[in-house]
Design a protein around this ligand. Structure first.
Ligand code: GLY
Length: 281
């Protein structure tokens, strides 16, 4: 069986002098996931581990380094989905957890729910033994100016040797958002989706991606067209035509075919599979 992992660091337009560091970040994340796949680990473990790497790197808009709300706070969203079982877990508007993707996985595995938000999610984190952090420790000083034109979000999709697919996505959301705003990332089928045939993680204007259920749309086009890249591009073209907005997505299917598509100048991506490693900006 083929195995593969693709990781993105968010679409947008960023300073040229930050591109090399972003490429290095997505590569580090993809290599972490690839180690897990090579050791016989699951797509779910690989996707989660890759996203944790990016949440910990302050250059990316997730976990430490998240975008700030209009009132200068941090509210993060994340989701994970296991394609084989269609189990999913998501968290929204969490501030006191350093790695929201880990909490999303706990929601999936240790609660009867798919999504928890805000104080309830943080209470659940404490019950699960996930240490609380001070949201101020996640703020990166240059965040306010540096990331104005950039959508951020990080994500990973993976295929394991048993044919299992998984998708994981995490974000600080959009810069200057209203407190309480929830984007596409934690909504299953919008920013994150996996089934037995396809796994997708999206980035971009959440308000557009939500209205197109972009991840599910790309999976549907992959089924219809039988071509991963054509499906990703078709879904993005529909988004542009129907609601407008900037977006990008990564996709892997059960045959190990990958797709990378975005309508913004930049989207750092690293893909690793048996054929080698590819890193782009
Ligand atoms: N795509 C991430 C967000 O809009 O929150």
């Amino acid at each position: 069986m083929p195995t593969a992992i693709v990781v993105h660091g968010g679409c947008g337009r960023v300073e040229e002098n930050s591109l090399a560091e972003r490429r290095a970040g997505v590569r580090q994340a993809a290599e972490r996931g690839w180690e897990i796949l090579r050791a016989g680990g699951s797509a779910l473990d690989a996707a989660e581990a890759a996203v944790v790497v990016l949440e910990d790197l302050p250059l990316f808009n997730a976990g430490r380094g998240s975008a700030l709300t209009r009132d200068g706070r941090i509210e993060m969203d994340a989701a994970i989905m296991d394609g084989a079982t269609r189990r999913a877990g998501a968290v929204a508007c969490v501030s006191r957890v350093a790695n929201p993707i880990r909490l999303a996985r706990r929601v999936m595995e240790a609660s009867p729910h798919v999504m928890l938000c805000a104080a309830g999610a943080e209470e659940f984190a404490a019950q699960q033994g996930i240490p609380a952090c001070d949201w101020r420790d996640l703020v990166v000083a240059e965040r306010r100016s540096q990331w104005e034109r950039e959508h951020g979000t990080v994500g990973a999709v993976a295929l394991d040797a048993g044919g299992g697919l998984a998708a994981a996505t995490s974000t600080g959301g959009t810069s200057g958002k209203l407190p309480g705003r929830i984007g596409d990332t934690p909504i299953i089928g919008a920013g994150t989706y996996a089934d037995r045939a396809t796994a997708v993680s999206c980035t971009g204007t959440g308000e557009s991606i939500l209205r197109m259920t972009l991840a599910r749309l790309a999976a549907l086009w992959r089924e219809r067209l039988g071509d991963a890249q054509a499906a990703a591009e078709r879904a993005l073209a529909e988004l542009a035509a129907e609601v407008g907005g900037e977006a990008g997505l990564i996709l892997v299917d059960r045959d190990g075919r990958l797709a990378i598509a975005h309508n913004t100048p930049h989207m750092p991506v690293c893909a690793i599979h048996a054929g080698g490693i590819e890193v782009r900006s």
